[in-house]
Every structure is written in C-alpha cells, then in structure tokens.
Design a protein around this ligand. Structure first.
Ligand code: BES
Ligand code: MN
Ligand code: ZN
Length: 497
C-alpha cells in the first residue's frame, strides 16, 4: 500500500473513491459538507432516505455522485459527534479500509484525516491512519496454498489535509509506515507455527534484520550460554530437541557514550508447560509465546528504518518448553547467571526462567533502562483482557513514559503495583527463590516480582502482553502489539515526537 498526503479540494480530486465521514443524526463532517455542496445537496438527500444512520463502523458506497471528481463516494459513520474521539476515529478508518478492500477501487482519498480528534495534531492523525489501514489490510495467508480471495486492486490511499498541516504530516507518514512494518514483522513471526518458527529460525530472522539495517547481531549457542552460567535459561531448554539460542542485537544510532536502552523479549517458540503439562484445549495458541521476542524484532525494524538517534540493545532468550526424558522436573533447583538459586516448582512458569538470565546479561551494557516484554501470565489475561498490556516497573518515571507511549500509540498499558508486600509471596524452603508463589493470587504481579529480583541494578520495566499479543476466537492471530508502544517510547526518547 502506498500512502500520500493531499492538499487542495478533495471534491475536485480525480480518484476511484472519496471517503467522507458522517456523524449520527445526519450531521455531516466538515469535509462531507464540502462534498455535499459540490454535489448540489446529493449527500443530504441520500441521508434523508435513511440508508446510513452514521453509527460508528457502518459504511455506504455511492456511485455517480454529481459534481465531484471521484468515481465513488464512501460514506463512513463516525458515531455521535459529541462522543467522537480516538476510538471512533480508528473505527472509521478501519471500516472504510475494510469496505474498500471489497471494491474494484485502486486509489482512494480519505478525508477522515481532517477530522478533529481531541487535540491530536495532524501528524498523530496521519500516523494512526497509516497504522489502522495497514492493520486491516494485513493478511495471514502466507502458508495457504490457495490465497484468500485475491486482494482487489486497492493499493493507494491519500489523506487530505489543509496546506498548513501537510508539511508536518509527511514525516508522520513515513513514521507510520516504519511502525506498521515492525508490527507486520511481529505478526508474521507470531503467526508462524512452532515447527517453522524455532529458536534457530528466530536467530536467522534477527540476522536478516541485522544485514538489512547494518545492525550488530550475535547469536549465542548452548555452549556459550553454559560458559556464561545461564543455568536457568538452559533448564527450560532441556526437554526440547530444538537447540536454544540467545540473540544479541545492537543498534548504534546515538552518541558513542550514550547509555543504551535494552529491550528483552521472551522467545518461547512453543510452551507445552513442560512436565507441568498444560491442558490440551487451545494449546496451539502457545506458538505465540515468542511474541515478546517478535515485538523486540519489530521495534528494531521500525527504529532502524527511522534511523532514530539512540543506542538500543535487543536481547532474546529463545527456546521451546517441552516435556521429555531430560526435561526439568518440578522441584529441581538450578543456578541462574546472577548466582541466585531457583527452585522450579512449576515448569510452566518458564518465561521468567529464561528472562532472568537475560536480565542479568543486560548488566554488561550499563543500560539507561531495561524493558522486558513477555507473554508471561494467564492471570494478566484475566485482569486486563485484550485491551491493555500489564505494566510493572521499579521506577515510576519510566513507568509513566511507557504508559504515555501506549496512550499515544493506541497500544495501551496499565500499571500494576510491585510493592514489597508481594515479594513476601515468593519464598522457597530449599533455594533462594521459587519460580512460583504458593497461591494463584496476584499471578501477574508475582511473576514480575520474580523478575525484579534480577533487575536490581538498573531502571527496569516489565510488559506482560499475554492478553494483548494475540486475538483468540474466530479471528485468531497475532496483533503485533506492543510494537507501537515500544516504538513511540523510543521516538519520544529520540526527540522525534
Ligand atoms: N505462556 C504462559 C502464559 C500465558 C497463558 C500466555 C495463557 C497467554 C495465555 C506462561 O508461560 C505460563 O504458563 N504461565 C503460567 C504461570 C503459572 C504456572 C504461575 C500461567 O499463567 O498459568
Ligand atoms: Mn508456561
Ligand atoms: Zn510461556
């Protein structure tokens, strides 16, 4: 899809379709009023017939509208004018894109970009428009021998803006494209099954990314991890025939001495639970247990494409969690790279076991801050559903930055407390720390509490994306979250927002 910014009079523009928004109760948006006028009141007469109520997400395709340059006009419901905001804005963009995908249109001109969305500037509206359109147009049919119905010719979207806003929006257009590229990469990897997307495959993808963008990429194998003393990570890999990998990506866009931001992604390419085997229902979804890793790769893709003036390190511990004759047993005690011993009471709490060694490895970069991203707990799905990622941090300023980045990106997170009281729930009779608490209470927080014990020497935040990284049900699949949140955080740090 090719995107552009168009200024001038949309009603005169020659294209296959002009997209205009209509509020409930027959309230035309400002661009719709212009089109209505140019067409001699045609839109108004159509609305009088009652074919479009203006409800959010509804559309009506008109042919042969008199007095305008476009061959078609797509009316899009915007909901109640008094309630119009970010959600309705995105819904209108998504509905328009879904409708156009089913037509013979090649080029469409969206006037939705002109709508006032709270106080959001044109650059924000354009970035969101690109992200929303690309989200709708994404297809997950890479492994089908017959592709889903061939996409219509639809391949060009223009966004209208008044002249004075179009300059700042041009940069936002390419930012949106870069972020959407990162989202697509994360989705693609998340959707791949575990027989294809193995730890070695993830390492190859990281190397490919490094070649494209001239990043430094190192892949540590089992022997290197043994030397480093990553006994916790390796304990998870014991049941699998797939060799584990530890991926180290480095992007140097900032000053030589600037401390790096370290992103850590959970890369469990399949989580059976290990000896603490999971129930069978929906176990296929555990192929998404590398979504944290995928989002780190996605964020790197976006960050490198935008050439942000920052130093960023990506760490991806990756392995399968399988049962087997050599697999770790409940009760086994292992020594982590930090030296702390861990009693593995449940082999299904494996994410924290691979992340803790990565958090210790992060220390060697003397980081400005470390952010880990993980599909860590089912409890987070119960707490926050698919709407917000769980955020926990040992530094309030960092937490605040990430919450704001999520708001701005339309990829929200919500903070849960990491009070010392919760740490008391993690006590082992036989080792320094157990990998689970004795109860199911506050499961998302106790997971983060475990990680916090390995993140004492720097500012650190943890994103639990178990509920947000993929959709279940009929439209099941990877979402590419939290790539937008992470990239917005980085863009803000780089002074590009
Ligand atoms: N990958 C899962 C978490 C998960 C569950 C993500 C459901 C998405 C949907 C993680 O490794 C896990 O199994 N966590 C356990 C922890 C428990 C044993 C303390 C869980 O949430 O049940
Ligand atoms: Mn698990
Ligand atoms: Zn897992």
């Amino acid at each position: 899809m090719e995107f552009s910014i168009k200024s001038g009079s949309p009603e005169k523009h020659k294209c296959d379709c002009l997209v205009v928004g209509v509020f409930e109760s027959r309230q035309l948006s400002v661009p719709a009023k212009r089109v209505d006028k140019a067409s001699g009141g045609h839109l108004g007469r159509i609305l009088d017939r009652g074919d479009l109520q203006g409800k959010s997400g509804t559309t009506l395709l008109l042919h042969g509208t008199p007095g305008i340059g476009a061959a078609r006009v797509l009316l899009v419901g915007l909901g109640k004018e008094s309630e119009f905001g970010e959600k309705a804005y995105r819904e209108a963009l998504a509905a328009a894109t879904r409708a156009l995908r089913e037509t013979g249109c090649q080029e469409a001109l969206y006037t939705l970009s002109e709508l006032a969305v709270g106080k959001r500037p044109a650059a924000w509206r354009v970035r969101q428009a690109v992200l929303t359109a690309r989200d709708v147009l994404y297809r997950a049919d890479g492994l089908k021998s017959k592709k889903d119905p061939a996409p219509a010719a639809f391949d060009r979207i223009g966004f209208t803006l008044p002249e004075r806003e179009s300059r700042s929006a041009a940069a936002a257009l390419s930012q949106g494209q870069a972020i959407a590229g990162g989202v697509d990469l994360a989705r693609e990897l998340g959707n791949l099954p575990a027989n294809i997307c193995t730890p070695s495959y993830l390492a190859q993808q990281a190397q490919k990314l490094a070649r494209t963008h001239k990043l430094k990429c190192e892949v540590l194998d089992r022997a290197r991890m043994e030397k480093l003393g990553m006994g916790s990570l390796l304990s998870v890999a014991r049941g699998s025939h797939q060799p584990p990998r530890f991926i180290v990506l480095q992007y140097h866009g900032g000053k030589a001495k600037a401390k790096p931001i370290v992103l850590v992604g959970k890369g469990i390419t399949f989580d059976t639970g290990g000896i603490s085997l999971k129930p069978g229902a929906e176990m296929d979804e555990m192929k998404y247990d590398m979504s944290g890793a995928a989002s780190v790769l996605g964020a790197f893709s976006a960050l490198a494409e935008m050439k942000l003036p920052l130093n960023v390190v990506g760490l991806i511990p990756t392995t399968e969690n399988m049962p087997g004759g050599a697999a770790t047993r409940p009760g086994d005690i292992v020594t982590s790279m930090s030296g702390q011993t861990i009693e593995i009471l449940n082999t299904d709490a494996e994410g924290r076991l691979i992340l803790c060694d990565a958090l210790t490895y992060a220390e060697r970069f003397a980081p400005d801050c470390v952010i880990d991203v993980a599909t860590l707990t089912g409890a987070c799905v119960i707490a926050l559903g698919a709407v917000a990622s769980g955020l926990m941090a040992n530094n309030d300023a960092l937490a605040e930055e990430l919450l704001t980045a999520g708001q701005d990106a339309g990829d929200r997170a919500w903070q849960l407390p990491l009070w010392e009281d919760y740490q008391e729930m993690l006590k082992s009779n036989f080792a320094d720390i157990p990998n689970i608490s004795g109860s199911r209470a506050a499961g998302t927080i106790t997971g983060a509490c475990f990680l916090a014990r390995f993140a004492k020497n720097y500012r650190w935040a943890h994103l639990d994306i178990a509920g947000t990284a993929w959709r279940s049900g009929a439209a099941k699949g990877s979402t590419g979250r939290p790539v937008p949140l992470l990239t917005h955080f980085l863009m803000k740090r780089a002074g590009k927002l």
